[in-house]
Write a protein that binds this ligand. Structure first.
Ligand SMILES: Nc1ncnc2c1ncn2[C@@H]1O[C@H](COP(=O)(O)OP(=O)(O)OP(=O)(O)O)[C@@H](O)[C@H]1O
Length: 234
C-alpha cells in the first residue's frame, strides 16, 4: 500500500548541508496502523511530509497504491493528494469562520461534490467521531480534543488510501489523548484506512500495530507493537 524505498534527504542551512534522513526503507500494508517514533530532531516530521507528498526527497522512491509520488508532476501530485492522502495536524488547522460541518465538508468542495452529498457524508463522519450535535458550532466553541476529532473527520471524508498524522495528540492532556487514540483505532477497524502516526511518546506508539523507530535520521527498529505482541485486538 505504502512503500518508502532508499529515501535520503538533506537540508541546506547557513552552516552547510545537513543530512536529515539516510537510506530509509519502509513497507506499510493496507489497513495497518503504524507509529513513527523518535526523539526531537530524529527526522519524523520530515519523513511524514515526504510520504504525504508535501516535499520531495533528494533520492529514493515513495509509492502509494503502486504510484511513485516523487516522480509525479506538481499538478498530478496535487490531484493524487486530494484523492488518496489525508492529513491530521497537531494544531488541528480548522478554518475559524466555517462551522464544524463546513470544515469537514471542505475537501469535497474542492472535488466538486454537490452540497447535499457533502452534508450527508460530513454528518455521518461527525456521528462516528461523536460530534453530530456540534455540527453547526464554530471551532472556537469546541475543546482541543473535540477540534482534533473534527480534523480527523475532515481527513477521512475523501476516503483516502492513507492518513498521515503529525503528533495528533501533542496538544492534548492524557485523558483526551487516550480518547483520540481510541477513536483512531476504531476508525482504522471500521473503515480499514491505513494510518501513519508520528509521535515522540513510546506509550502512544505502542498502542498502534507497528512501531518504526527513527534515530538521527536512520531507521533503527521496525516491528510489531507491544499491544499486538500481547494479543490485543486493535
Ligand atoms: N527546513 C529546514 N531546514 C533546515 N533544517 C531542517 C529543516 N527542517 C528540519 N530541519 C532539521 O532536520 C532535522 C529533523 O527535523 P524533523 O522536524 O524532521 O524532526 P522531528 O523528529 O520531527 O522533530 P520534532 O519531534 O522536534 O518535530 C532536525 O535536525 C531539524 O533541525
Amino acid at each position: 500500500m505504502l512503500r518508502v524505498e532508499q529515501v535520503s534527504h538533506t537540508f541546506r542551512n547557513a552552516q552547510g548541508i545537513v543530512p536529515v534522513l539516510q537510506d530509509i526503507n519502509i513497507s506499510v500494508g493496507k489497513g495497518e496502523m503504524v507509529a513513527l517514533l523518535g526523539s526531537s530532531g530524529s527526522g519524523k516530521s520530515t519523513l511524514l511530509h515526504l510520504m504525504a507528498g508535501l516535499m520531495k526527497p533528494d533520492t529514493g522512491k515513495i509509492l502509494i497504491a503502486d504510484q511513485d509520488i516523487v516522480r509525479m508532476s506538481e499538478n498530478r501530485l496535487a490531484e493524487f493528494r486530494r484523492t488518496h492522502i489525508g492529513f491530521i495536524f497537531q494544531a488541528y488547522e480548522l478554518l475559524a469562520n466555517l462551522t464544524i460541518r463546513e470544515n469537514v465538508e471542505l475537501p469535497l468542495v474542492f472535488q466538486g461534490i454537490r452540497p447535499s452529498r457533502r452534508k450527508q457524508k460530513a454528518m455521518h463522519l461527525l456521528e462516528q467521531v461523536g460530534l453530530v450535535g456540534k455540527s453547526e458550532l464554530f471551532p472556537s466553541q469546541l475543546s482541543g480534543g473535540q477540534q482534533q476529532r473534527v480534523s480527523i473527520a475532515r481527513s477521512l471524508i475523501t476516503e483516502p488510501s492513507v492518513i498521515f498524522a503529525d503528533e495528533p495528540t501533542g496538544n492534548l492532556d492524557t485523558r483526551t489523548e487516550e480518547e483520540i487514540i481510541s477513536i483512531l483505532q476504531q476508525l482504522n477497524r471500521e473503515m480499514d484506512t491505513t494510518f501513519v502516526i508520528v509521535t515522540h511518546e513510546a506509550e502512544v506508539a505502542e498502542q498502534m500495530q507497528v512501531v518504526i523507530t527513527l534515530q538521527d535520521g536512520c531507521l533503527v527498529k521496525s516491528g510489531q507493537s507491544k499491544a499486538v505482541e500481547q494479543g490485543a485486538r486493535l
